[in-house]
Write a protein that binds this ligand. Structure first.
Ligand code: HEC
Ligand code: HEC
Length: 172
């Protein structure tokens, strides 16, 4: 076999393999990219006041514990709660954290976070960064979006826990 033929065969082969991998990814994501709808009324009310009440399945238990114990210094805001409400919400977050979920998003999210890390942001995780690699930094800064944390801007069904890539609409 001459050299050129070998190269083109290799290219063809890797093409076939990567299209298989992509089909697998799309199938899996479409079926399971739903960590679930938020059910706690207190959580929706208190933690949905300034932004989307992020699904607890999007972060590990250790992250929620850290977030809920630093509410006085919450990303430049104060999000303090009375102790009863705080412990009720913390219990809800722990009961539904990523570790408790069988969804693919939760599993991939967990796998992307080092065991010793407790990120305070979903948007800082390697999984989030990987999935949003194609979104240019400038896009997140658009007036209509403002921040990577504004999930609802691009994922119209984010409140229902649906981040399916086929439903994404990036506003101008
Ligand atoms: C007073 C307004 C306010 C309240 C109330 C509030 N937050 Fe936030 N939260 C913020 C701001 C501001 C940010 C940073 C948003 C950004 O970077 O665009 C943030 C970010 C976050 C993030 C990280 C988002 C990311 O980048 O992945 C999490 C998680 C979060 N909040 C959880 C909570 C929880 C849990 C509660 C309820 C106990 C809560 N928040 C209540 C203002 C608030
Ligand atoms: C600027 C628009 C934008 C914002 C804001 C945004 N996303 Fe996305 N997201 C996308 C795009 C585009 C994709 C699809 C990437 C691709 O085609 O693989 C995506 C993909 C995803 C996926 C993978 C879905 C799948 O089917 O595999 C998840 C999960 C996700 N986003 C969660 C979030 C969460 C949680 C937030 C908020 C903390 C968020 N996104 C904020 C644009 C956005």
């Amino acid at each position: 076999m001459n050299h050129l033929k070998k190269i083109s065969l290799a290219v063809l082969f890797s093409g076939i393999i990567s299209s298989f991998a992509m089909a697998g990814e799309a199938r899996g994501a479409g079926a399971t990219a739903v960590p679930g709808q938020v059910s706690s009324k207190s959580y929706l009310k208190e933690c949905g006041a300034c932004h989307l009440a992020f699904q607890p399945q999007l972060l590990p238990k250790r992250s929620w514990e850290k977030i809920m114990s630093t509410l006085d210094k919450h990303f430049g805001d104060s999000a303090t709660l009375d102790e009863d409400t705080r412990s009720e919400i913390l219990a809800y977050l722990i009961t539904n954290s990523a570790e408790t979920s069988s969804s693919k998003v939760s599993k991939k999210m967990l796998a992307s976070i080092g065991k010793a890390q407790a990120p305070l942001r979903i948007t800082e995780t390697a999984y989030f960064k990987r999935k949003h690699r194609e979104v240019q930094a400038g896009v997140f800064k658009r007036k209509s979006i403002g921040s990577p944390a504004n999930c609802t801007a691009c994922h119209p069904m984010a409140e229902k826990g649906n981040y399916d890539e086929h439903k994404v609409k990036i506003p101008k």
